[in-house]
Design a protein around this ligand. Structure first.
Ligand code: ADP
Length: 457
């Protein structure tokens, strides 16, 4: 079974969120079972000298214009990754935009999707696994080929919606511009191509697979998805448990495992030295999320005044610009027990997971979420809203079972009650030990993907 796995981001080459982690760890787990090669864009911020040149080169034609494609490669951890170097796609210093999205993302990812198709046929793969809207058009262009396609929705909120003229520039006939096809409220929608033309659709948790069929979570595509629901399934993501391992993680101050949980406190002590936070005996709450509405920053802002009056410390590591930035800065100025850190910092995020007592994840919706699994791997207890993959991976601690704190409504009241339950937890070490022994690896899910591939071939 020969598979090409396509994603717009793969860690460590480029990352904006969980997609990069999944595109790194899922193929790694799959490589034990199937012959898998990955493909992603070559971005302008990458150092070309660190990549190997290949002799694969071709032209693709979109809307009458020729684009010269070069393919670079790298072999890491026994997995071969191809990088598509192309005009527009590779000219940018970020993945998708700087202050806003790049105006030519339609062409950038149209070129990426078309180049994936050419690569797939030159490599003679049997199936292409496409991830999110950035490569969704590949399913459209491969529809009459022998190559099967699986399309995974990592977040339905991002669909790749552009003006109708995009179709002309991509050489796609306007006969596809109708509501059963690529049209969406007068514009064209790349995600719809993935949904309609792929042989199977997956999303990243069983609960999210059900949620997206409803108007509340369907982002306008619930009706369309319902039409194709026979080929839709949910497979829970996992994490790379070698990379996220407190026993060997070189980014954290001191390594530990479930039998040496007291060392977690030493990590906290070191981390606090880097901040204005003082008392390491206070429970440390952490939050590591993109600064967007989805991640529950509205609930956080509603609750912060009451939250920060409690005996606790809070560190938020976040990146992005939105209306939440200024009020968060004001809170951080006012409260000595709140450290706010802007930026994207992989090592610091590991230090936070290693030091935290509790992780906050009040997401309004969450296709899967990786933070809660990473947190548990580091013995940090997750406090989550009961939605999507959070619902599938975190269960309220009761006398008999459970691995975290779960609140049912995305409201200040429900959130603050959860905080109260967290602060009342006794003997948290046994719960931390339990969480650290849970299996969040990608092995189980990889087996489900393999089964799906097999059914299609
Ligand atoms: P999403 O993909 O919606 O952003 P996920 O929970 O699936 O959310 O994945 C988020 C990933 O990005 C996790 O690995 C998390 O630790 C990481 N992350 C998010 N924000 C930051 C940041 N500012 N710095 C470092 N890592 C971050």
């Amino acid at each position: 079974m020969k598979i090409l796995f396509a994603s717009s981001e793969i860690f460590p080459y480029a990352k904006s969120g969980g997609l990069a982690d999944v595109a790194s760890s899922l193929p790694k787990a799959l490589s034990k079972e199937v012959d898998i090669i990955r493909v992603m864009p070559f971005y302008g911020f990458m150092d070309e000298s660190k990549f190997d040149k290949t002799d694969i080169q071709y032209d693709i034609n979109l809307g009458g214009i020729n684009y010269k494609i070069e393919i670079l490669s790298r072999l890491d951890e026994d997995i071969l990754t191809y990088f598509i170097k192309a005009p527009l796609l590779s000219d940018t210093q970020n993945l998708y935009g700087d202050s806003g999205a790049y105006a030519n993302n339609d062409m950038r990812f149209g070129i990426f999707s078309k180049a994936i198709c050419s690569l797939a046929s030159s490599l003679h793969v049997e199936l292409v696994h496409l991830n999110d809207w950035h490569c969704a058009l590949s399913a459209f262009w491969l529809k009459n080929s022998d190559i099967k396609t699986v399309f995974t929705i990592h977040n339905l909120a991002y669909q790749g919606i552009f003006e109708v003229q995009t179709l002309d520039r991509l050489g796609i006939s306007r006969e596809h511009f109708n509501f059963q096809d690529l049209e969406f409220w007068g514009k064209c929608n790349f995600m719809k191509a993935g949904i309609r033309y792929s042989d199977a659709i997956t999303t990243v948790s069983p609960t999210y697979a059900k949620e997206i069929l409803t108007p509340k979570f369907g982002c306008g595509l619930d009706g369309f998805l319902n039409f194709y629901k026979e080929k839709l399934s949910g497979i829970l993501n996992g994490i790379d448990t070698d990379f996220f391992n407190p026993k060997t993680d070189r980014a954290i101050f001191k390594n530990y495992d479930k039998n040496s949980l007291n060392i977690k406190k030493e990590n906290k002590k070191e981390l606090l030295k880097k901040t204005k936070l003082k008392d390491e005996n206070l429970p440390l709450f952490i939050m590591i999320s993109r600064l967007v509405e989805q991640k529950g920053f509205g609930i956080i802002l509603d609750s912060l005044e009451d939250f920060l009056k409690k005996e606790l410390n809070l560190i938020i590591l976040t990146e992005g610009s939105s209306e939440y930035r200024t009020p968060l800065v004001e809170f951080a100025k006012k409260y000595k027990n709140f450290e706010l850190i802007f930026g994207y910092d992989e090592n610091l995020s590991h230090q936070l997971y290693a030091s935290g007592d509790f992780l906050l994840m009040p997401s309004l919706f969450e296709p899967c979420g990786l933070n809660q699994m990473i947190a548990m791997r580091y013995g940090t207890l997750p406090i989550v809203h009961n939605t999507g993959g959070l619902k599938d991976s975190v269960h309220e601690k009761t006398k008999k079972c459970g691995n975290g704190i779960v609140f049912s409504k995305p409201s200040k009241k429900s959130f603050m009650l959860a905080i109260r339950r967290a602060l009342k937890l006794k003997n948290t070490n046994s719960l931390r030990e339990f969480d650290m022994s849970c299996d969040f690896s990608f092995e189980k899910s990889a087996k489900k993907y393999k089964k799906l591939y097999k059914e299609l071939l």
